[in-house]
Design a protein around this ligand. Structure first.
Ligand SMILES: *[C@@H]1O[C@H](CO)[C@@H](O)[C@H](O)[C@H]1NC(C)=O
Ligand SMILES: *[C@@H]1O[C@H](CO)[C@@H](O)[C@H](O)[C@H]1NC(C)=O
Ligand SMILES: *[C@@H]1O[C@H](CO)[C@@H](O)[C@H](O)[C@H]1NC(C)=O
Ligand SMILES: *[C@@H]1O[C@H](CO)[C@@H](O)[C@H](O)[C@H]1NC(C)=O
Ligand SMILES: *[C@@H]1O[C@H](CO)[C@@H](O)[C@H](O)[C@H]1NC(C)=O
Length: 503
């Protein structure tokens, strides 16, 4: 694959992926100690555990351990009362966490994962006064071990992903006074009681559960900045997000939300909003207060017709993904998006498109209109230009590009593959001095002498034309390559030879 082609395929919106794993693990810890002076004990001392200081926080890893006791004796012998920055158990073979399980060592961060813990004693974590971070990942928990958790006065970050929790109750985290980061992702939650979450929470993940209703449980978490609710069964949000005045990142992807109403009215700080894979059919005024929003993903919803005011107020928006909807009309909806850089309209039902729709987008650099039903571009009298660098028009029904591409004077790459184009015009591409790649595969392109000249001109301009017809019949390959190629004496039947492409 050529570099240029690769360039075209570079992830369209590589900008930001809002997944929980993106949260830097130690982001929220209040005490960030430098571990420059930390020295790992020799492997022999810790066996069967191992110690490493890379990448950042020194960590003691213990895999497949049968008895916590032996580990403790070894750790105690080396560390005594010195804190162990991070202690991790994976595939633990012990059955449960007994009373005061870690009392003889001073641990700052503790993780147990991929283990089948049958029980956790109510005072399992007793004495862990300095524990900042606790992760119990995929350890078969059925209930939040609230009594044990109440003994962790310094806990800032609690992660219990991949367990079998089905309910969060009012009292479960009642004593987690310092908790800022909570992940209950990948459980079986159906019930969340009102008042379950500490008001000081900054990050909350409830993604990948079975929640139908938020039950007013997250309203007015005024410190909340990151909220992950993706992969649930949420139907409506009305009132549920009230008072989330600090929220910056909100992931609601893969739910069953049909309409947004006024549920976002307080989200004035939100910068990233993921709504893909829902059932949203209209926007109304729902987005109007999101003046800080930078990226909006509405991919895979049910939007059919946009209205002129849908995106009013989104003056900071840089990326808008509307792919996979049912759009037939845009109606000038993008008029207020003066900061928009990336617009994805692919996989919709647009039959025609006018440059007018995007002409206010003076910062637009990427435009994707692939997989629509475009026949033509409405002609325009005035020729304003935009700084668009890449245009994707593949898999439409275009038989002409009209003047469309000539609005983009810094174009670098364009994909017009799998359309109904019979001829190419050099001016469509050579308008931009920066263009170096055009994909034309899958078009019924003519192979006559005029077109040969077009290809020749594109070659001369160093533009790679990917998928061009080979024109190898009737001495054409030689003719194609012949720079002093003359048009005299060629029959018409040869001129209109059409190369048919199979999709
Ligand atoms: C929007 O969501 C779709 C579906 O999950 C994804 O393929 C696409 O990359 C997302 N767009 C952005 C801008 O992240
Ligand atoms: C753990 O070590 C830290 C740092 O030396 C100390 O401040 C803290 O009191 C110790 N915690 C316990 C429970 O011994
Ligand atoms: C909603 O919260 C109340 C308590 O505030 C609780 O009784 C009820 O079961 C919860 N319902 C759901 C669906 O979470
Ligand atoms: C925007 O915020 C104001 C005041 O905070 C509120 O009254 C209004 O209803 C909100 N508008 C929308 C469309 O949510
Ligand atoms: C190229 O064209 C010239 C004159 O038009 C002709 O003499 C020459 O044989 C051609 N070369 C090929 C390879 O067709």
């Amino acid at each position: 694959m050529s570099d240029n082609k690769m360039k075209l395929q570079i992830l369209f919106f590589a900008s930001f992926v809002l997944v929980e794993g993106h949260m830097p693990e130690h982001y929220l810890e209040t005490r960030v100690t430098a571990y420059d002076n930390f020295v790992c004990p020799p492997d022999l001392v810790l066996r069967p555990c191992q110690c490493t200081t890379v990448p950042d926080i020194p960590t003691v890893h213990c895999g497949g351990i049968r008895s916590l006791k032996t580990v403790h004796i070894n750790l105690r012998a080396w560390f005594q009362d010195d804190p162990i920055p991070y202690l991790k158990f994976v595939d633990a073979q012990f059955e449960g966490l007994p009373s005061r399980a870690f009392v003889s060592v001073n641990v700052t961060r503790l993780q147990i994962r991929d283990s089948n813990l049958k029980w956790i004693a109510p005072d399992a974590f007793a004495g862990m006064r300095s524990l900042l971070l606790l992760t119990l990942h995929n350890v078969a928990l059925f209930n939040l071990p609230y009594e044990s958790l109440s003994q962790l006065p310094s806990l800032v970050s609690l992660r219990l992903p991949g367990n079998k929790l089905h309910r969060v109750s009012h009292s479960d985290l009642g004593e987690a006074f310092k908790l800022k980061y909570l992940s209950l992702a990948g459980n079986k939650l159906t019930h969340v009681d009102r008042g379950s979450f500490p008001i000081i929470l900054v990050t909350l993940s409830l993604s990948n559960n079975c929640i139908r209703s938020l039950n007013k449980s997250i309203r007015y978490l005024v410190n909340l900045e990151w909220l992950f609710l993706n992969d649930n069964r949420l139907l409506r949000l009305e009132g549920e997000l009230d008072g989330l005045h600090s929220l910056k990142q909100l992931n609601l992807a893969k739910n069953s939300i049909g309409s947004l109403g006024r549920s976002f009215r307080d989200l004035k700080q939100v910068q990233e909003l993921y709504l893909q894979y829902n059932a949203i059919h209209e926007l109304g005024t729902s987005l109007h207060n999101l003046s800080q929003l930078r990226n909006l993903n509405l991919s895979m919803n049910r939007l059919g017709i946009l209205s002129y005011t849908d995106f009013d107020g989104l003056t900071s928006l840089e990326g808008l993904d509307l792919s996979g909807n049912r759009l037939t009309e845009i109606n000038g909806a993008f008029n207020s998006l003066t900061n928009l850089r990336r617009l994805d309209l692919s996989k919709n039902r647009l039959r025609h498109f006018s440059f007018d729709e995007i002409s206010p987008l003076t910062k637009l650099t990427i435009l994707d209109l692939c997989d629509n039903r475009l026949h033509r571009f409405s002609p325009l009298p005035a020729m304003s230009t935009l700084p668009v660098e890449r245009v994707f028009l593949a898999r439409n029904k275009l038989s002409s590009l009209g003047q469309f591409l000539r609005h983009f004077t810094v174009l670098e790459a364009v994909d017009i593959s799998f359309n109904h184009l019979r001829i190419l015009k050099a001016e469509d591409f050579t308008m931009s001095p920066r263009i170096d790649y055009v994909s034309v595969a899958g078009n019924p392109l003519l192979c006559d002498e005029e077109q040969m000249l077009v290809y020749h001109e594109l070659d001369t301009a160093n533009i790679e034309v990917d998928g061009r017809p080979t024109c190898d019949d009737v001495g054409y390959s030689a003719a194609c390559k012949n720079r002093s190629f003359s048009t005299k004496g060629l029959s018409n039947s040869v001129k209109v030879r059409v190369i048919n492409w199979k999709k």
